[in-house]
Design a protein around this ligand. Sequence first.
Ligand SMILES: Cc1cc2nc3c(=O)[nH]c(=O)nc-3n(C[C@H](O)[C@H](O)[C@H](O)COP(=O)(O)OP(=O)(O)OC[C@H]3O[C@@H](n4cnc5c(N)ncnc54)[C@H](O)[C@@H]3O)c2cc1C
Length: 475
Amino acid sequence: MEDLEPGAAVLSLFSRDPYRKLKRRIGAHKVLDRDEDRLVYAVDASYTAPPGNHDPDLVILCESTEDVIEAVLFAREQGLPIVPRGAGTGMSAGSVPLGGGIVVVTEKMRKVFEVNANERWLHCEPGLTTEDVKQAAAKHRLLYPPDPSSYRISSIGGNVAENAGGLRCVKYGTTKDYVLGLKYVDHEGTVHGTGVLADEPTPLDLTPMIIGSEGLFGIVVEMKLALIPAPKATRTLIAHFAETAQAIATIHTILPELVPSVLEFMDASVIEAIRGHDPYPFPDGTQAALLIETDGERDVCEREAERILEVLQEAGALEIHTASDEAERERLWELRRLVSPSLSRLASGKMNEDVVVPIGRLGDLIDRVALIADQYDTRIPIYGHAGDGNLHLNGMYDADDHKAATRAHDAIVQCFKATVELGGTISGEHGIGAAKNRYMNLQFSQDEIDVLRAMKSAFDPELVFNPNKVLPHSR
Ligand SMILES: Cc1cc2nc3c(=O)[nH]c(=O)nc-3n(C[C@H](O)[C@H](O)[C@H](O)COP(=O)(O)OP(=O)(O)OC[C@H]3O[C@@H](n4cnc5c(N)ncnc54)[C@H](O)[C@@H]3O)c2cc1C
C-alpha cells in the first residue's frame, strides 16, 4: 500500500480534488484550498493593489526548500503564476496574487542553521522574523542592524526581497549591506547558491541582483547574514523646533560631522496626530521634531551626543528631551512607533508613500509637498528616516469621499514627480510591487526599463514569478 500523509485517507474520498497529488507529496496541512483560508492571502499591508479580485487559486505553506521546489513544479504543471510571500507586511502589494495564482509562503521556514560568533555571521531560512534574527545574534552579543519598523512581524526573506531599510539605515545601511550569500529556487525548481552560499566559485556574484528583486527572479530559501559587534552604549533624545527649516538645518550641520544611528523627522501634522493619542508634552508651537540616537563605544557615544546637543541649541530648538535611562528611551521610541497608527486616525484613508531625495534636497521636498498639499486640498503629513533622505508622505483623505481620494492620489503623483525632479527616487524601502509600477516611467527611461525587463527574462524566461509587478505594463 502507498505510504500516505496523515489526512490522505479522507482525501481519497474526494478523488476529484485537483490538489490530491500535491497534498500527498508535501502534506495536506501545507496546502490551503478552502475559500476562508485562501482569502487571507489576497492582501498585504498596503492599500494599493489594483482593483479586482486577487483571491489566490491556492496557497502553499512551505516548511522546507523541498516544499518550495514542489510548489514551483506544481505551479508550472498547472500553468499558474507563482507569488512568493513572507509575512505579508509589504507596503507595495508585492505579495498580492493579482487575479489569482499560487501563493508560495516561506513564513514557516524558520531554521537557524548556525550562528558563527567568531566570523560574525548567521545562516538561516527566510521565515524567521527580523526580530528572531536580531535575537539570535544578540545571544552572542552581536547585532543584525537592519531594522524596518515592522521588524517584529516582517520575515527576513521579505526583507531580502525588498532590501528593507529602517531607522538605523543612516549609520548601518540597509539589508543589502548584510547579505553575504543566499540560495534561491528558480522557475524550474532548481536551487542556486550565490555569494558565500554558492556551491562553487562563480565569475559573477548574483547576490546583489536577488536582493531587492521583489520576488521576480525566484524564491529565496536560505541566507547568510553578516553581524557586527553590538554597540556598548546608546544616547537618545528628541528635539522640538518652532520652524521646519531649523530641523532641516540641524540635519545638515550634524551629518557632515558625525553619523547618528537614528535621525528621524516628524512634521507638524504628525505631531498633531500623536498629540491626539499620547499625553507626551510637545512644547506649544512645535512645528517639527527630530528623534536622534547615537551609539557605539561609550566615550564616542557621549562625545557625539554632547556635540548634537550643542548643534541643537545653536539651531534654536524649542526644547530638547534627553532619555536618562532605558525607560525614558523606550518612551521616546514609543512616540515614533505611534506615528503610523495615529495618522490612521486623522482620516479614514491614507496613502503611505516612501520617497527618497538626496539629503541636500530634504528641505526642498518638504516645501514642494506643502505646495502640492495646498493645490490639491489634501493633507500630506511627512515623517521618516531623514538621515538618509527617506521620507514617508501620507496622502490623507476621507475614504467615503471619492473626490477626496482622487485628489489625494493626484497629489501623491505630483509628489513623485517633484521627488524625481529633485534627483530622488519614488521608493526608498517599500518597493514598487503592484503599487508603483505604473509610475516607473516617471523615473526611468524606456531603455532602463528594457534592461530591467531583460534581467527578468534572463532569470525567469516564462515570467512565472510575480507577473505584472515592478515592470510597467505597457511599452
Ligand atoms: C507598520 C509597518 C512598518 C513598516 N516599516 C518598514 C520600514 O521601516 N522599512 C522597510 O523597509 N519596510 C517597512 N515596512 C514594509 C515591510 O514590512 C517590508 O517591505 C518587509 O521587508 C516585507 O517583509 P514580508 O516578509 O512581510 O514580505 P511580504 O510582504 O510577504 O513580501 C514582500 C515582497 O517580497 C517578496 N518575497 C517575500 N518573501 C520572499 C522570498 N522568500 N523569496 C522571494 N521573494 C519573497 C514578495 O513576493 C513581495 O514582492 C513596514 C510595513 C509595515 C506594515
